[in-house]
Design a protein around this ligand. Structure first.
Ligand SMILES: CC(C)(COP(=O)(O)OP(=O)(O)OC[C@H]1O[C@@H](n2cnc3c(N)ncnc32)[C@H](O)[C@@H]1OP(=O)(O)O)[C@@H](O)C(=O)NCCC(=O)NCCS
Length: 140
């Protein structure tokens, strides 16, 4: 595959981002909310194949020692080809002095495990959509 890795938000079609994220069931925020979230992040990654957006991800951070990874997505037809691994590794390379936390979508824990992540024994979360997160299996 002829991949291009972009580490900024220039010329991104946010309607397309919003649509891809809806397609893989990680939320239904409108385009302008997705744009704000990515533009306010410390590190972003967009993967293109022949100028088609096929994957993306972002990390928020203090830029020194703590970071959190969100919104890791690969278009369904491009999954299983190593693209997700490139996205996460590129985010970690962009914040080389940081530790990283995240919460995996149920069933995706093994993907992050292969990248070196370990389960948090004391992880806690307080979400706006409390019942939704409980029903998704993210909180108890
Ligand atoms: C999760 C996701 C980003 C993985 O991306 P991907 O491009 O398919 O993953 P990769 O091909 O880079 O996989 C890297 C490794 O993880 C493994 N892996 C991928 N998904 C896995 C899973 N759900 N469980 C266990 N292992 C998994 C792969 O087999 C591969 O192993 P290998 O290095 O031994 O070959 C992708 O499936 C996706 O976008 N899913 C929908 C959105 C989503 O749930 N995102 C996660 C939010 S937390």
């Amino acid at each position: 595959m002829d991949l291009r890795i972009q580490k900024d938000c220039s010329n991104i079609d946010w309607n397309e981002v919003s649509q891809i994220m809806k397609e893989v069931n990680i939320g239904s925020f409108p385009a302008e909310i997705r744009q704000k979230a990515f533009e306010n992040s410390a590190a972003v990654v967009f993967i293109f194949e022949k100028e088609k957006l096929i994957g993306l991800g972002r990390a928020i951070s203090d830029g020194t020692y703590e970071a959190a990874i969100y919104d890791i997505v690969v278009r369904p037809e491009y999954q299983g080809k190593g693209i997700g691994k490139i996205i996460v590794e590129t985010l970690m390379e962009s914040l080389p002095t940081c530790s990283f936390i995240l919460y995996a979508a149920p069933g995706k824990e093994g993907f992050y495990g292969k990248l070196g992540f370990r389960k948090l024994k004391t992880g806690m979360g307080l979400f706006i959509k409390k019942e939704h997160m409980r029903q998704r299996g993210i909180t108890d």
